[in-house]
Design a binder for this molecule. Structure first.
Ligand SMILES: O=c1ccn([C@H]2C[C@H](O)[C@@H](CO)O2)c(=O)[nH]1
Ligand SMILES: [Zn+2]
Length: 152
């Protein structure tokens, strides 16, 4: 069956060197993961999905806790799942929320992402309408501290 892929997805995909159907799957996966968020306190659902260089998609959602600060963001859930499944080579991250403009990863997640992802890796942030804002890791966390700095 032929998939219908919109023009925005096509142009984003070519800009970031991702197959349009793969970018569409990434977007769909992070949107579905959002539906599995456990967020009874904030009621703010967030879905995230990583695309690995070998084409795997690994998703996560926010998981809150009655002791509020214990809650986990979607981005760190997805990354922790991926890393503990042996995946550390990422081509893109997508995040989906039900607001517009789209939410961007919190400061703690930016640092967590920076540990494993290339500074030039794109982060696709989808809003409630499925529209997208894209920024690289470096744009979200300039002049960052990373693993190589410890060895310097
Ligand atoms: O990028 C974000 C921003 C917020 N949250 C979660 C944390 C908390 O569960 C809820 C409200 O902050 O949304 C994420 O998962 N990712
Ligand atoms: Zn976060």
């Amino acid at each position: 069956m032929t998939q219908i892929i919109n023009t925005e997805t096509h142009s984003l995909a070519s800009k970031w060197d991702i197959e349009p159907s793969v970018l569409q799957n990434l977007r769909d996966e992070c949107a579905s993961a959002k539906g599995r968020a456990y967020c009874p306190y904030s009621k703010f659902q967030v879905g995230a999905c990583l695309l690995t260089h070998d084409g795997a998609l690994i998703s996560g959602a926010n998981v809150e806790n009655a002791s509020y600060p214990v809650g986990l963001c979607a981005e760190r859930t997805a990354l922790s799942k991926a890393v503990t499944e042996g995946q550390r080579s990422f081509k893109a991250l997508a995040v989906s929320t039900n607001i517009t403009p789209p939410a961007s990863p919190c400061g703690m997640c930016r640092q967590f992402i920076r540990e494993f992802c290339d500074l030039k890796m794109p982060i696709f942030m989808y809003d409630k309408n499925g529209d997208c804002v894209v920024r690289t890791v470096e744009e979200l966390l300039p002049m960052s501290f990373g693993p190589a700095d410890l060895a310097a």
